[in-house]
Design a protein around this ligand. Sequence first.
Ligand code: MSP
Length: 533
Amino acid sequence: MNLVNQTKKTFALTTPLYYVNDVPHIGSAYTTLAADVVARFQRLLGHNVLLITGTDEHGQKIQRSAESLGKAPQDFCDEIVPSFVSLWQLLNIKYDRFSRTTAPRHEAIVREFFERVWQAGDIYQGQQKGWYCVSCEEFKEERELLEGNYCPIHTNKQVEWRDEQNYFFRLSKYQTQLQELYQSQPDFIQPESRRNEVLNFVNQGLQDFSISRVNVDWGFPVPRDPKHTLYVWFDALLGYVTALLEPDAEPTLANALTTWWPINLHLIGKDILRFHAVYWPAMLLSAGLPLPEKVFGHGFLTKNGQKMGKTLGNTLDPVALVQRYGSDAVRYYFLKEIEFGKDGDFNEVRFINVLNADLANDLGNLLNRTLNMVKKYCVGSVPSIAYEVISQDNPLKAIGLCLGEQVKQAYEALAFNQACEAVLLLVQASNKFIDEQAPWSLYKQGQQQATEELLYAVLESVRLAAYLLSPIIPNISSEIYQQLGFGIDFNDQIQSSITAPFAIHATWGVLSSKQQLGTPQPIFKRIEPLQND
Ligand code: MSP
């Protein structure tokens, strides 16, 4: 049964479907964190949101990983998949669909899609010769390789020579249509630097690519020639379509595409840009389907400048990180400190400094000191001030009135760091305002009205800050809201029950006078600096 409210705008977004050659690392978590933030933000706007994530389980890379452990590939996948599910839970990621490419209903979708592409005359047999990186599951151009035939991305893995009969997809046929797409929809590929990369690649001339393998058993058989196995990427991209099926629907393309297609946003890392921005739209054009709205390719999390990954063995264990610092801390750091779209190095000293400065000092102290003053000077409830009374010149009101729209634009542009910075400016201005205006002396001088106006403006600023950061730090924002006397948990803001819609809560003046406040409690405990620093 389809429960989607037809009157609301829909917003479907995807993370990549992750390879299950190993348990997830912080790099794989990065895209999913960002996707969860976008999904939460879109839900606050009141849209029907579908966040799709999942696992990509076929191909030689997985087959070899299973073999090296003496396991059957399906058993191996079944053992690894729960580590993704539990990491998403640990990071407080609220996805709607988890797509596994080994699901039987996925095969039905792949077969139907293959048939459409076949009927379009876009599949033919040919000889594939070239250098293959099993870790990328991709053929490489000879000029891209590092000395000694090493892969430029998995710099400790040598590529392997292949010379075999494969089925090919007629990518070259779509060159002009793709160029037209990039022209007519300039933000189809974001950010701009990635768009340019793709334009350069496509302008050099597209070559057909092989969509089947021999000597690899782990995958779906090619529908018209079961001696061949379908190339893992051909089946993986279609995992996005399978994920759109309602759980009880018959697996047909028509059923999959009714409600959520075309997908609004594919979030991916820059290494898989070609697949999403070139191969995928061409496959869809061939099958006669509408194209997704946008592909955003983010940068890499690096350690000492190198991409973090299992293959290179330089990863950071996300489970340990969350257990040590909590999910909000991890979410905040990666989204605030790394410009989405650019590479960013992880450094634990900086991690601790940022969290202490922003969450413990600026935001946490602001809430705490203000609540304590309200307790003392206004008997523990929101000052009875109508927000209209507060002058337009009040610096906090002036920032607060425009902040919602500014932060909305930042979230929509996936500029998470800018959203955080803008909110932090209000938080910092609030701390400064208290220091300068000294409510304790206003109170002593008997200026009750001025004291209450001031504290109202500050409380309202903390509220607004908490609201606007709630997609990123939902637990802390919920804690702040509760201390401000709201019965709202940002983790419960799912489509059917948005109790804090953006249209209301992102504006200035939401706190109602006399609202009973909660007990002041630290919202983020200062982290002790590392021992060896
Ligand atoms: N299975 C394919 C995707 C198929 S989508 C239909 C795949 N899987 S992956 O597990 O190797 O990578 C998934 C995503 O994780 C990619 O977007 C990749 O960019 C991202 N990351 C892997 N390591 C990363 C970093 N060190 N930093 C940031 N993202 C990284 O590719």
